[in-house]
Design a protein around this ligand. Structure first.
Ligand code: F6P
Length: 427
């Protein structure tokens, strides 16, 4: 390709997925890759870290251009992390210079000039630190964060790609599960508990509330991490619901805690970021009900099913996921460093949004939790304001194509880029 006079030489781009994956993170990958492919004068080859930043550190890079155009297009409707994701936190440059030096070495060896990091709060922190590499270690790199988290807890963005689809899955599952219980409650199950993810933020639990519109419609109780759990009050409400409606549907967030901060359920392990691994609160709550009230119950832990459920993804979510990927490349090409494309709501009805840049420094490590005005005064439900916020995010369907009765998802070939460094990096 002939270069114009004074035109900077094209440099390569590295894309990496980070943290918990989602139904639409690959739609963001698709947005990044398609936008980068259109910028051939500025972006040479497109690489992806195999298993995220771990691939960058170990020089295990995937040559994205070796994937077929059909595979790359299909990323838009394929769930989970096509290139592999990782929970791996880079410490500060002062604490672990070796990791940063290694990254620079790998970047330099492969002439990486653009780094796109697709993740949540912790990952935005990592992205920020890498963007500071340029200054600290004299290596020019443009680094842009691409937001993703089903927890919906990044600040300065209307929502986080990945959330809308989980919200839709949980709202639908609550509705369907509740219909099942209602139909047999007279002689059988009286209580159904659905445990959802979300860590310290109750956004996903709140989405369960979309299933019921009128007073008395399920879910009857939502347990939020933001509202301290009071066992006696909770059991009293369960009893009331069974007495009044014949059954009780409960959506419980994995991060629900007692007033003293203890989680109702902890798996006893921590991840690389020091987060307590949550999960298992559903059976804990169901057991409380059985012991105190003796009702027959069922419980379900939505777990990975909720964040992998691409078959019922929200159309808005898919569109936003793609849009932030595409915008990330446009920002990088415009010379914007250490920013994240965020979603700005222009109106709720109809839902209008646009993409705007926010500095990574403002989003890194900040958790946006469900505000009190989104939770009803009794602490067990969502308000009209919360419904107004959530509803547009689950709007529309974007079904994947099906083959043989199953979604026709793709797997990448994952051809490795030839290694250039002699040294191995031990994680
Ligand atoms: O942060 C996203 C999330 O799905 C949380 O809601 C959940 O607690 C966590 O990831 C689970 O992480 P992992 O898959 O690493 O156990």
């Amino acid at each position: 390709m002939k270069r114009m006079k004074n035109e900077p030489a094209a440099r390569n781009a590295l894309y990496a997925q980070s943290g918990g994956v989602s139904a639409v993170i690959n739609a963001s990958a698709c947005g990044v890759i398609e936008a980068a492919a259109k910028a051939r004068r500025r972006i040479g080859r497109i690489y992806a870290g195999r298993d995220g930043i771990v691939g960058a550190l170990t020089e295990d890079l995937i040559d994205v251009s070796r994937e077929s155009p059909a595979t790359l297009r299909a990323l838009r409707y394929t769930p989970a992390g096509a290139f592999g994701s990782a929970r791996f936190k880079l410490r500060s440059i002062e604490q672990n210079r070796a990791e940063y030096q290694r990254l620079i070495e790998v970047f330099r060896a492969h002439d990486i000039g653009y780094f796109f990091y697709n993740g949540g709060n912790d990952s935005m922190d990592t992205a920020l630190k890498i963007s500071q590499l340029g200054a600290a270690m004299n290596y020019p790199i443009t680094c842009v964060g691409v937001p993703k988290t089903v927890d919906n807890d990044l600040p300065h963005t209307d929502c986080c790609p990945g959330f809308g689809s989980v919200a839709k899955y949980i709202a639908i599952s609550t509705l369907e599960g509740a219909m099942d219980v209602a139909s047999m409650a007279r002689t059988s199950t009286k209580v159904f508990v659905l445990e959802v993810m979300g860590r310290h933020a109750g956004w996903i639990a709140a989405a369960g509330g979309l299933a019921g519109r009128k007073a008395g419609e399920p879910p009857h109780i939502i347990l939020f991490p933001e509202i301290p759990f009071e066992q006696a009050r909770f059991l009293e409400r369960v009893k009331q619901c069974v007495t009044n409606y014949g059954y009780c549907v409960i959506v419980v967030s994995e991060g629900t805690r007692y007033a003293d901060g203890r989680f109702l359920a902890e798996a006893g392990t921590r991840d690389a970021f020091g987060h307590t691994q949550l999960g298992g609160v559903g059976p804990v709550v169901a057991n409380m009900v059985r012991e105190a009230l003796g009702y027959k119950y069922h419980w379900a832990v939505a777990d990975y099913l909720q964040r992998a459920a691409r078959h019922v993804a929200s159309k808005v979510d898919v569109e936003q996921a793609y849009a932030v990927g595409k915008a990330a490349v446009q920002y990088a090409l415009a010379g914007m460093n250490a920013v994240m494309p965020a979603i700005k709501r222009r109106s709720s009805r109809p839902y209008r949004w646009q993409i705007v840049p926010v500095p990574l420094a403002e989003v890194a490590n900040v958790e946006k939790r469900v505000p009190r005005e989104f939770v009803t005064a009794d602490g067990f439900g969502i308000t009209a304001a919360c419904r107004r916020y959530l509803e547009p995010l689950i709007a529309g369907e974007d079904y994947p194509p099906y083959r043989g009765g199953l979604p026709a998802y793709v797997r990448i070939r994952g051809v490795a880029v030839k290694r250039k460094l002699k040294t191995e990096f031990k994680l």
